[in-house]
Design a protein around this ligand. Structure first.
Ligand SMILES: Cc1cc2nc3c(=O)[nH]c(=O)nc-3n(C[C@H](O)[C@H](O)[C@H](O)COP(=O)(O)O)c2cc1C
Length: 422
C-alpha cells in the first residue's frame, strides 16, 4: 500500500530505501537520485480518490502537484494516517431493514447531507480556474460543510456569497488588529463560524517544496517556467483571472505575487498563541468557534475551557508534525475527554467510506478531507468536487447498510461495537 516509488513516466526502477536525512534536497533545487536512478518519494494509497489524484498530477505543474501531495520531513505521519485505518474493520450485519439509509448529520451548528466537510486548503485557487468559489458551490450543491483557508485566492467575501454558510479558517496573527479585522470581515459577509488552526506555530521543512523551490515562485527559475509552460491547460486556466493573488489577504499586504504574500503573512502567525490567546479570540468572536489541530486530550480540554464550540482532530494531513501519531489513534482519548460536550471532526487520511464510519464509531461527529477535494478540483473543477463528495457519500452509505445501520445516529450508538480490531 505504501511504498517509495519512481516517478519516471515509464514507472522505472523502484527505489525501496528510505534514506531519511540524506535525501534532503540539494541547494538550488535539483531532485535527488536514489539508487538505480529513480526519484524517491512517498506514495500513499489515495483510496476512492486515486483517479482524481492521478489526473491532478497530470494536469498540475509538478511544484503544485507536490505541494498538495507532500508532507513534512520524512512524510511518516502522512503514511501512518492511512495505515492506521487499515487496523480497523467494520463488522458486517444482516437481518436488519436497511432499505432506507440516511447519511445526514448535524455538526458545528449546521445540517450536512453527509458527515463530510471540505477542510481549509491554502492556495486551492491555484489548482483550477474554478477556484475556492467553485469548490464552495460544489459543497453547497452536495450538502457538505466547507471551510475557506486564510490563504485562499478568492476572498472569503466571494466564497460566502456562494451561500453555503462556509467556515472561515483563521490564524491568530501577531498583529491582533489584523486578526480582529479578519473577524469583522467574516461577520460582515455572513460567516457564522470560524476555525482557528493551532498546529502551525512552526512551519516545518517540506522536502518536496524545497526541492521544487515552491516558496520562491515569486521569481520563477528557468526550470520552474519550463514546468509551468509544460501544463498549458492549467496555465490558460490561471491566466483567465489575471495574475493570481491571495485575495483573502489583499487588504494586509502590498507585496507582489502569491508566494511573496504568503511568506509575509505566514511570518505573522503568532507562535505564542496559548490558552489566553484562545480566550481572547473567544471574546472577539460571537459565532461558532472551532479549534483545528487538536491531537492531545489536554489541548481538547484547554480549548473547551477557553470556550471553543467544536474541535478538529487533525495533524494537518501529515504536513506539520513528523512523526506524529495518526489522528484515528488519538481520537478515542480525545472523545473521552470531550464527553459529548462538543462536536469533533476528524481529518488526515480519510480516503474511503470505511474510514468515515470508523472515525464516527470511535467518537467523531463527522470527518473532513483536504487533498481529496484539492485533487478533484485540480482534475475537474467544481464538477470534480461534487463527484468526489458523492463518491465518499456513496461509500459511507454502502458501509452503513452492510453494517446493518440505517443512519448516523445508529452508528454513533453502536460506537466501537460496530468495529473489529484487525
Ligand atoms: C495543499 C494543502 C493546503 C492546506 N492548507 C491549510 C490551511 O491553509 N489551513 C489549515 O488549517 N489547514 C490546511 N491544510 C490542512 C487541511 O485543512 C487538512 O487538515 C488536511 O488536508 C487533512 O488531511 P488529508 O489531506 O489527508 O485529508 C492544508 C492541506 C493541504 C493538503
Amino acid at each position: 500500500m505504501v511504498r517509495a516509488k519512481s516517478d519516471d513516466a515509464d514507472g522505472g526502477d523502484r527505489c525501496t530505501l528510505d534514506d531519511g536525512l540524506r535525501s534532503l534536497p540539494r541547494p538550488g533545487g535539483g531532485r535527488r537520485r536514489c539508487l538505480k536512478g529513480a526519484w524517491c518519494m512517498t506514495v500513499v494509497d489515495d483510496g476512492a480518490f486515486s483517479g482524481f489524484a492521478e489526473r491532478a498530477r497530470q494536469r498540475l505543474p509538478r511544484l503544485f502537484a507536490d505541494y498538495v501531495d507532500g508532507g513534512a520531513h520524512g512524510e511518516r505521519s502522512m503514511v501512518r494516517n492511512r495505515a492506521a485505518f487499515g487496523k480497523w474493520g467494520v463488522v458486517p450485519r444482516g437481518l436488519r431493514d436497511v432499505s432506507r439509509i440516511e447519511t445526514g448529520v448535524r455538526c458545528f451548528g449546521q445540517d450536512w447531507a453527509a458527515p463530510i466537510m471540505l477542510a481549509p486548503v491554502g492556495f486551492a485557487g491555484m489548482l483550477h480556474s474554478d477556484r475556492e468559489t467553485g469548490a464552495a458551490r460544489a459543497a453547497k450543491r452536495s450538502g457538505a460543510g466547507f471551510a475557506v483557508s486564510t490563504f485562499s485566492i478568492d476572498a472569503m467575501e466571494d466564497v460566502a456569497a456562494v451561500g453555503g454558510k462556509p467556515f472561515a479558517q483563521i490564524y491568530v496573527f501577531r498583529d491582533r488588529d489584523l486578526t480582529r479585522d479578519m473577524l469583522a470581515r467574516a461577520a460582515s459577509c455572513g460567516i457564522e463560524g470560524i476555525i482557528v488552526t493551532i498546529d502551525t506555530a512552526i512551519t516545518p521543512v517540506r522536502e518536496r517544496d524545497v526541492r521544487n523551490g515552491f516558496r520562491h515562485l515569486a521569481r520563477p527559475s528557468v526550470r520552474q517556467l519550463i514546468g509551468l509552460a509544460g501544463r498549458p491547460r492549467w496555465s490558460a486556466g490561471m491566466l483567465k483571472h489575471g495574475m493570481p493573488l491571495i485575495g483573502n489577504l489583499r487588504p494586509y499586504t502590498i507585496v507582489r505575487g502569491v508566494m511573496g504574500q504568503a511568506r509575509e503573512m505566514a511570518a505573522q502567525i503568532d507562535p505564542t498563541l496559548d490558552q489566553a490567546g484562545l480566550e481572547w479570540l473567544r471574546s472577539e468572536w460571537k459565532g461558532q468557534l472551532v479549534v483545528k489541530g487538536v491531537m492531545h486530550p489536554d489541548d481538547a480540554r484547554l480549548s473547551l475551557d477557553a470556550g471553543a464550540d467544536g474541535l478538529i482532530v487533525s495533524n494537518h494531513g501529515g504536513r506539520q508534525m513528523d512523526p506524529s501519531p495518526a489522528t484515528i489513534e488519538v481520537l478515542p482519548r480525545i472523545a473521552e475527554v470531550v464527553g459529548g460536550r462538543a462536536d469533533i471532526v476528524l481529518d488526515s487520511g480519510i480516503r474511503r467510506g470505511g474510514d468515515v464510519v470508523t472515525a464516527l464509531a470511535l467518537g467523531a461527529t463527522a470527518v473532513s478531507v483536504g487533498r481529496p477535494w484539492a485533487w478533484a478540483l485540480a482534475a475537474d473543477g467544481e464538477r470534480g468536487v461534487v463527484s468526489a463528495i458523492e463518491t465518499l457519500t456513496q461509500e459511507v452509505r454502502d458501509v452503513l447498510g452492510l453494517a446493518g445501520l440505517r443512519d448516523i445516529a445508529s452508528l454513533r450508538a453502536a460506537g466501537p461495537c460496530a468495529l473489529w480490531r484487525m
